[in-house]
Design a protein around this ligand. Sequence first.
Ligand code: ACO
Length: 409
Amino acid sequence: MTVELRVLQPSEWDNWYEGLEQAFGGVRQASERRELIRELTDPTRAIAAWDGAVSVGSAGSFGFDVTVPGGSLVRMAGVSEVSVAATHRRRGVLTSMMRRQLDDLREWGEPIAILTASEPAIYGRFGYGVASWQLMCEIDTSRVRFAEPEGPDGITLRRVRPADGLAACEAIYARTVPERPGMIARVPGWDRLQIMDSAEDKAGGSDLQCVLAERDGETVGYTLFRNRPVWDNAGPKGSIQLTDLYGLDPAAYSALWRFLWGIDLTSSITSQNRPVDDPWLHLVSDVRRCDVRTWEGLYVRLVDVGTALATRTYRTGVDLVLEVEDAFCPWNEGRWRLSGDSKGAVCERTADAADLVLSVRELGGAYMGGISLSSLAAAGLVREVRPGALAQASAAFGSDVAPWVPHNF
Ligand SMILES: CC(=O)SCCNC(=O)CCNC(=O)[C@H](O)C(C)(C)COP(=O)(O)OP(=O)(O)OC[C@H]1O[C@@H](n2cnc3c(N)ncnc32)[C@H](O)[C@@H]1OP(=O)(O)O
């Protein structure tokens, strides 16, 4: 077997994408979704692995602007479309594509790569660290009360067709992007993916539904969801499957949750991906009956440690030397002095003694402010050399708002 890696040619896209679909189980996606993905895929950023004329591997990336702690947007490579044919697995094809991709990103001057993984065991070896958790829930709305704060909110709700409400929803989404690390600014085209409504998206549920929250004629929030009607011997037991819910203020946010809670003939709300500090957790009468679970969400890989650490700000002042281990990208190895605060940062090579020793994977994990360096140290993954350095670094890297990635890619 000789596998050759090449940049994808547009004419090869069908072959390449079919290989990807095969690797994920062989179910062909709806043509509308396929065509949109084709449009969104930049072939010049996509790696194709070929065994003769057969496409046996894929690895793409999208250029995204992502919020980092402090609120600014930083260009990152959103790695996706990764697959190796079942006939060619466990022979190093993925490893060779990851090698090529990280070399390319370095050459293109893109200091950070991010992804969400199909399985947690895959990407740590390439220097990706878990940088956020996401919350899943199944709320028993027949037993759990939504204890909304009292007071007039002036909110009215309006149901619209998702396509008709898209511009208003996207305007709300855009306003929330700078408020939370990990949020990805929408690139034109990706908004259409949000309201795609093929049979595979519905999976037994209704068409996608959209409700806008408005105050004085201004949109101040929205929710996208499906209703999945279920009846059993005891009567109706439908479920609301929540896709999106954003409110610009507490009143708009609560009004949307209250609305979902009260939909007749349903007794649960489920979501696969909410932030771990979602405010509704404080507004329910019985959080145990909300069946809250967590998954790891975003993975971060610092491609160029110096540039990456200098592109975010720090919650408190920091001035210390990090000794970084990075076997897969050895150009990052060695000691870096990081000095910064809430206004900006500098990170440069130094010959000074190390204050903290850690691998690039842990540094990527801590980058978005949601995984504390102290907890990584407690796990034995960060070593404090100078007493006090860990507390200083952990406070500086942290974020008040948990990182979260609601944007699929
Ligand atoms: C960002 C995204 O797109 S996530 C989507 C990832 N794609 C999928 O999950 C689709 C289904 N799976 C696949 O296509 C393939 O199994 C891949 C892409 C995950 C792995 O491809 P392979 O070519 O088999 O990986 P490769 O041979 O380079 O493996 C490198 C190492 O990772 C390990 N590894 C690879 N995949 C997995 C896995 N799913 N679980 C655990 N270990 C894994 C290998 O055992 C190997 O370990 P070793 O170095 O200790 O021997």
